[in-house]
Design a binder for this molecule. Structure first.
Ligand SMILES: [Zn+2]
Ligand SMILES: [Zn+2]
Length: 110
């Protein structure tokens, strides 16, 4: 398979964890900022619910899912961000529920 070179892409990668310019690289050879040098992509789940496998190819790090196939890091980041947002939302909802529960007068059966 012939993969054409892509031009016009910025040389400076963004840190996948915070979006800052990535001047460092973590253990997985993923460009990161200095602060996230020690942060790695662990336990990233695909949208289908399977764990993603990290691989290193000619063109850098990529991930594979047993169901969905290969995915580039950008896609995985999107998934990770989405998952994080979803989890934050669930957390928020739970907090709200808790507050509502607390606000309700508790009635005991005597
Ligand atoms: Zn960072
Ligand atoms: Zn998948």
């Amino acid at each position: 398979m012939y993969i054409p070179k892509r031009y016009g892409e910025s040389k400076i990668s963004k840190c996948p964890f915070c979006g800052k310019d990535a001047f460092s690289q973590n253990k997985q050879k993923i460009p990161t900022c200095k602060e996230h040098k020690e942060t790695t992509f662990d336990n990233v789940k695909c949208l289908c619910g399977s764990w993603l496998d990290m691989r290193e190819g000619k063109f850098g790090v990529f991930f594979t899912c047993i169901n969905c196939g290969a995915m580039n890091i950008k896609k995985v980041l999107e998934i990770a961000t989405m998952t994080r947002q979803k989890e934050a939302k669930i957390h928020e909802t739970r907090q709200q529920e808790k507050m509502q529960m607390a606000a309700k007068p508790v009635s005991y059966n005597e």
